[in-house]
Ligand binder design. Sequence first.
Ligand SMILES: Nc1ncnc2c1ncn2[C@@H]1O[C@H](COP(=O)(O)OP(=O)(O)OP(=O)(O)O)[C@@H](O)[C@H]1O
Length: 325
Amino acid sequence: MSAPLLEVRDLVTHFFTRAGVVKAVDGISFTLNPGEVMGLVGESGSGKSITGFSLLGLVDAPGRIVAGSVKLNGQELVGLPQAELRRIRGKTMSMVFQDPAMTLNPVLTVRRQMRLALAAHERMSDAAATARCVDVLSRVGIPDAARRLDSYPHEFSGGMRQRVALAIALLHRPAVIVADEPTTALDVSIQAQILAEMKDLVRDSGTALIWISHDLATVSSLAGKMAVMYAGRMVETGPTGTVLSAPRHHYTRGLLDSLPSQAEPGQDLRQIPGSTPSLLGLPPGCPFASRCPAGTATCAQVSPEITWEGGRGFRCHHPLVEALA
Ligand SMILES: Nc1ncnc2c1ncn2[C@@H]1O[C@H](COP(=O)(O)OP(=O)(O)OP(=O)(O)O)[C@@H](O)[C@H]1O
């Protein structure tokens, strides 16, 4: 069997702060093949964004990758000099952020920024560059793209701005896109449109997509497989339908129980009791132990290794066995 497009093994990223070591990403492993979409879910602060940044070599001091491997088309990215990572970023692997302002420069027209992004990796005639820009803008749902090229970011609505940022990420037809909550700040109807467009893009281009979100509904509609993060760790992973219908980890179950559709009409949503632990002083065992309905003394003391069963994996001493009703 050929090597996966992206292979992440035991990735660990820490921030070395005055207050101590923040274990933001603590042993993430997954593979991704062309055309696959993986959802990365978890509560705020669970390490989703830092995982995405780590893949692209975008973690700045006081943070750094301290262990693990990220292989893209078989090439190890961890430890590559920044100059080489820049050659890969935007070209073979690109990132879309929650806030399009992270990508877009407010004082440059869209044409100018796209031209600069193209020039970073390819020499092209003006005519060829314009054709490429119009093509990607049209593909992400920007009407009248040739005319809109000469607009500034503020002349677009929020949804259209995010589409422009997405178009820039797509300019070089990357093999992998890491999308960090790109629709979270948008209206629900615009979210649904962009999700539909992302599905088409992945289907038509074979691009692999990592879709970072705290929203299980978007992940369920877009991603064939998913990973659930808790306190920097990947606590469960597998095909999305299987994980959501028969979670093995109690945290995944808790997330599902807190969805509106799971609540009895007229009742408050069930929240997972307790709060997420500080990543500065994680307990020795399972970080979810103190909130877990099945937590035992062993769970508090011994960190569970990941158990792989078929295409899915989970880190739990007392995994759930029954599918959800
Ligand atoms: N520069 C930094 N210095 C210290 N700690 C940091 C730094 N950046 C991030 N962290 C820590 O890393 C942890 C993971 O952050 P991350 O942004 O990946 O979470 P997230 O799951 O993406 O959350 P959200 O959904 O809110 O974006 C957080 O607890 C945060 O405190």
